[in-house]
Design a protein around this ligand. Sequence first.
Ligand SMILES: NC(=O)c1ccc[n+]([C@@H]2O[C@H](COP(=O)([O-])OP(=O)(O)OC[C@H]3O[C@@H](n4cnc5c(N)ncnc54)[C@H](OP(=O)(O)O)[C@@H]3O)[C@@H](O)[C@H]2O)c1
Length: 248
Amino acid sequence: MSGQSPKIALVTGANRGIGLEIARQLAEKGVRVVLSGRKPDAVVEAATALRSAGLNVEPLVLDITSTGSIAGAAAELDTRLGHLDILVNNAGIRIEEYGRQPSEQPLRQWRETFDTNLFGVVEATTAFLPLIRKSAAGRIVNVSSLLASLTTHSDPGSYAYSPMFKSLPAYSASKSALNSWTVHLAYELRETPIKVNAVHPGYTRTDMNEGAGDLEIPEGAATSVGMALLDDDGPTGSYVHMGNTVPW
Ligand SMILES: NC(=O)c1ccc[n+]([C@@H]2O[C@H](COP(=O)([O-])OP(=O)(O)OC[C@H]3O[C@@H](n4cnc5c(N)ncnc54)[C@H](OP(=O)(O)O)[C@@H]3O)[C@@H](O)[C@H]2O)c1
C-alpha cells in the first residue's frame, strides 16, 4: 500500500470481541480503521490500545440503534475522512436465554434483537452509503451467523438442530433477515464497484457465548477481514465462512 492513501474502514461494535479483532487485523494490513462502539470510554480505551501498538486506529462513538448517533457519525466521518472504503457491520446482540422453547421467548426480546441486528444495520448502512459510493472499491461486510441458515437449522445432522440452538429464534431470524438485506443491497449495487457480503465468523469464544465456541477470536475475525479486503473479481451477495459458501 506504499505510495497510496490507506483504505479507510469503519467497524461497528469494535470495542471488544470479534469486532475489536477485525479492527486490529485490518489495521495490521495497512488499513486506516475507525473503531466504533456505543460506549465512549470503551471505544477510546480499545482504540488507544491499538494505537499504542503502532496501528492506525481512531475512535468513533456510534450506537447503531440510535438515529441521532448514526446521523452524527455519518456527518463526522464526512468531515473527518470524506469517504469510506469498507464498512464492517459487526455490532450485534444475543439476549435470548438458552433452554427456553422458541415459543417461550418474550416478544420484547424479538423487538430488541431486531432493533440491533437488522434495523440498526440497515439504518447505519444507508447512512454511510453516500460515503462508500465515493470509494473506488467499496466493501460492505455484514456479520451474520450460521444460525441465519434455514438449511442448517432444518438439517437433523446439524449442531443447530438442538434444544440449545433452537432457543435463539429471534437471534437466528434477525440474522436470516440480515442475509436477505445483504442480497437485496448487493442487487441494488450490482452495477457499482461496491460489494456486499454476509459472513459466518464461526462459533467463537467471546462474551456473547460466555466464552464457549470452537474458534479463538483471531480466527473468528478472519472471514470478515478477508471479505473486507476482497479483490475486484470477488463475489457480491454471497454468504461465506472461511472461503466456503454457506447454504442459505
Ligand atoms: N461469537 C460467535 O460465536 C458468533 C457467531 C456467529 C456470529 N457472531 C456475530 O459476530 C458479531 C460479533 O459478536 P461477538 O461474539 O464479538 O459479540 P460480543 O463479544 O458480545 O460483542 C458485541 C459487540 O457489539 C456491540 N454492540 C451491541 N449493540 C450495539 C449497538 N447498539 N451499537 C453499537 N455497538 C453495539 C457491543 O458493544 P458493548 O460493549 O457496548 O455491548 C460489542 O462491542 C455479532 O454480530 C454476532 O452476532 C458471533
